[in-house]
Write a protein that binds this ligand. Structure first.
Ligand SMILES: [Ca+2]
Ligand SMILES: [Ca+2]
Length: 245
């Protein structure tokens, strides 16, 4: 079972209890989660992943399928206790440093090697839901640099020629946090369905949630704030401005 308790600042906190409940928490906007299991041990190694599918259009009589690739990008930014951005993970295909727009080039590893991105998927599942996440950031909280006080995760639709629509036009897109590896899901403990959420209609950027330290403990807060952002740059600037503390 999971219990909702009150923490000091009045926010409702959901505790994880993996031993007696295999159902994942369906994240709601603003929900906060204690990264603690029923036996009191801390959840320190887990994956944050996004599973999505390309758009498959059946032609007349369903004889030929046309597939429209969908390129979602899972990213995160790290902040110190004062809200200064000190590290990032986003696709290395974003060469912002070369364009000199004040943002660094993308990379797949955090400086402290605590977080790792499996790589930029440009297409989505081509043959229906394979049950695996297309982009994953693995997290080892024990290795996170002491200076990092907050890690904000966000999702964007890459603005390419294939797909110019919003989250609601994707056959399925969901974010989840789970124990396991990028190729093996042991236990999903929280999930959020992007493609079916009404607040994601017309939106192309989603500030998903954040890991943050409080009194030496890591916690997770689901944010679920969706925006029309046409480019990941819009979302990066937004996260730095509005979600850094
Ligand atoms: Ca991608
Ligand atoms: Ca997949």
């Amino acid at each position: 079972m999971r219990t909702a308790t009150r923490c000091m600042d009045g926010d409702s906190i959901t505790n994880l209890d993996q031993k007696t409940d295999s159902m994942a928490i369906n994240l709601e906007k603003g929900q906060r989660i204690n990264l603690e299991k029923s036996n009191g041990s801390k959840l320190t190694n887990f994956c944050v992943g996004c599973n999505w599918g390309a758009i498959i259009k059946k032609s007349f009589f369903g004889l030929v399928n046309n597939t429209v690739d969908v390129d979602l990008d899972l990213s995160c930014l790290m902040f110190d206790v004062d809200g200064n951005p000190i590290d990032h993970i986003y696709s290395p295909l974003y060469r912002f440093g070369d364009k000199k727009i004040g943002l660094p080039n993308g990379k797949l590893d955090s400086l402290d090697r605590a977080l790792h991105h499996t790589g930029d998927d440009l297409q989505g599942d081509q043959n229906g839901d394979d049950g695996l996440d297309n982009e994953i950031i693995t997290v080892d909280l024990n290795r996170v640099n002491d200076r990092v006080n907050q890690i904000v995760f966000f999702l964007n639709i890459y603005n390419n020629e294939d797909y110019a629509g919003d989250f609601s036009g994707i056959p399925y897109a969901s974010i989840r946090m789970y124990e396991g590896t990028p190729t093996r899901v042991n236990e999903v403990f929280a999930q959020y369905d992007v493609a079916t959420k009404t607040e994601c209609v017309g939106k192309r950027g989603l500030v998903m949630g954040k890991l943050y330290r409080r009194n030496g403990e890591w916690k997770f807060a689901a944010l679920g704030d969706a925006f029309e952002d046409r480019s990941i740059v819009n979302t990066i600037v937004r996260v730095i401005k509005d979600y850094s503390k």
